[in-house]
Design a protein around this ligand. Structure first.
Ligand SMILES: Nc1ncnc2c1ncn2[C@@H]1O[C@H](COP(=O)(O)OP(=O)(O)OP(=O)(O)O)[C@@H](O)[C@H]1O
Length: 435
């Protein structure tokens, strides 16, 4: 797996070691002296960390020595990083948290926007980790439906974090049916089912508003979480649709109370006061992109998605899981999908009379061979009321591993044993061939 002789790296203060590891390669890393962190999470001294299919930066504020076993496809030390501006950003947020504590107010709500591959998720992790290191309980909202940092790709999620984010696994191989890495609480997930918000803007907006409503309600009840604030990671859409979504998100999460934020944000990139009496000030802060952020091509992204799905059912090398295989009859479940963009199989039967399917219309899908290798999201809904079911959160996911058309049965993998307690399952565009 790894070569026997490690490579030694000596990092001066405020340097970072940037490494890229292919998917079929394992690289081991150990901090020997000094202090270092990966996207905000501190490394333990003389602890071995293993990475595969990752692009990471090991940053040190005060200098350190690191040993690396294995072959990285890219490895170099950078002495220019935007980390000082990131920590300053954190300190400014921390001040807002202190103020919120003093005034019994609410902590900062930060939304990170920008094009693809500029380091939005990495910055989110850092701001969350720094907050966690100060014993805060920030809420992480992930609106990047292509990636699925918390659960599976295709979801909009929120999770209150209470524990440090794992160095090796990031937000982890977490499921909606289990607490995530970094959290003692189950994440809240809504199923969107497409890789880009553009694929079904109406549905995306509906779910975004629903998620924001649930988060806002939760924060009303949880004082520590409310004062710690929210970090919102967005997807990289910055065209007209993207701006519309950003503007909606700002409103939904009350990032600020200013309707013209969108134009202000793009035009000014600076602090603006709210227009409405008593509206909070608007702070639009431009942060530099790290030179280490790596562009990921479609193949890499697809591979990351597959890894994510695999981890949901089988866990990681650190915490392996054994999924349960269940036999289920076609008649025992109702498979649904949403909207025009997904209209496809002729077997799809529209519920309602209209043949033309709107973007948020729920469509019943007849089970059949076409479901093979699909990942389906299990809704928590107990009844099929169109306006309700769309906005019902998820219980978890199942994977269809075999279809027996003649017996009208399918075999599925699920993380929990026995019959799946919920019968409404969403079909999106996620497919996965088990390897
Ligand atoms: N300083 C760094 N050194 C090395 N790799 C980095 C660094 N910062 C980020 N990366 C890596 O670069 C890739 C892109 O970063 P990230 O996911 O944070 O970008 P993003 O803006 O969220 O992308 P997208 O919107 O497309 O999901 C990731 O694989 C991340 O681990």
């Amino acid at each position: 797996m790894t070569q026997s002789e490690p490579k030694e790296w000596l990092l001066d203060e405020e340097n970072e070691l940037r490494i890229e590891v292919e998917f079929d390669v394992k690289v081991k890393l150990r901090l020997v002296t000094g202090t270092a962190e990966v996207f905000g999470t501190e490394l333990g001294q003389n602890v071995d960390y293993e990475f595969s299919g990752r692009k990471i930066a090991v940053f040190t504020w005060h200098g350190c020595k690191i040993l690396v076993w294995g072959t990285c496809s890219v490895e170099y030390i950078a002495n220019e990083t935007p980390m000082t501006s990131y920590i300053n950003m954190h300190l400014a947020l921390e001040q807002r948290r202190v103020l919120a504590t003093q005034n019994n107010g609410q902590g900062p709500r930060v939304m990170i926007v920008g094009p693809n591959d500029v380091g939005k998720t990495s910055l989110s992790k850092m701001l969350l980790s720094y907050a966690l290191r100060q014993n805060r309980q920030p809420t992480y909202v992930d609106l990047d439906c292509s990636e699925g940092s918390i659960t599976m790709p295709g979801c909009l999620t929120a999770t209150p974090l209470t524990e440090m984010i794992d160095v090796e696994e990031g937000f982890g191989s977490s499921a909606t049916s289990a607490p995530t890495a970094g959290s003692a609480v189950m994440p809240l997930a809504y199923y969107y089912g497409f890789p880009s918000p553009k694929d079904n803007v109406k549905l995306y907006t509906l779910l975004l508003n629903r998620l924001a409503h649930s988060v806002n309600r939760r924060l009303e009840e949880d004082e520590a979480a409310r004062k710690s604030g929210i970090i919102i990671d967005t997807n990289g859409l910055i065209d007209a649709t993207g701006y519309e979504i950003i503007a909606n998100c700002i409103k939904a999460f009350s990032v600020l109370g200013h309707e013209r934020l969108y134009s202000d944000m793009t035009r000014l990139h600076q602090k603006k006061a709210g227009a409405a009496p008593g509206a909070p000030g608007v702070a639009v802060i431009k942060l530099a992109k790290s030179g280490g952020v790596v562009e990921r091509d479609n193949a890499f992204r697809r591979h990351t998605q597959n890894q994510k799905i695999r981890e949901y059912f089988y866990g990681t090398s650190k915490s392996e899981l054994a999924p349960y295989s269940t036999n289920i009859g076609y008649h025992e479940v109702e498979i649904l999908r949403v909207g025009e963009g997904t209209l496809a199989p002729s077997s799809a039967l529209p519920i309602g009379e209209d043949r033309k399917v709107s973007e948020t219309q729920v469509v019943k899908v007849e089970p059949g061979e076409h479901l093979l290798h699909s990942v389906l999201a299990v809704s928590n809904a107990d009844r099929m009321v169109e306006s309700e079911i769309l906005e019902t959160n998820l219980a978890g996911f199942v994977y269809i591993s075999e279809i027996h058309e003649s017996r009208k049965k399918m075999i599925l993998l699920s993380p929990c044993p026995g019959k799946i307690p919920k019968k409404y399952w969403w079909l999106g565009s996620l497919k996965w061939a088990e390897d």
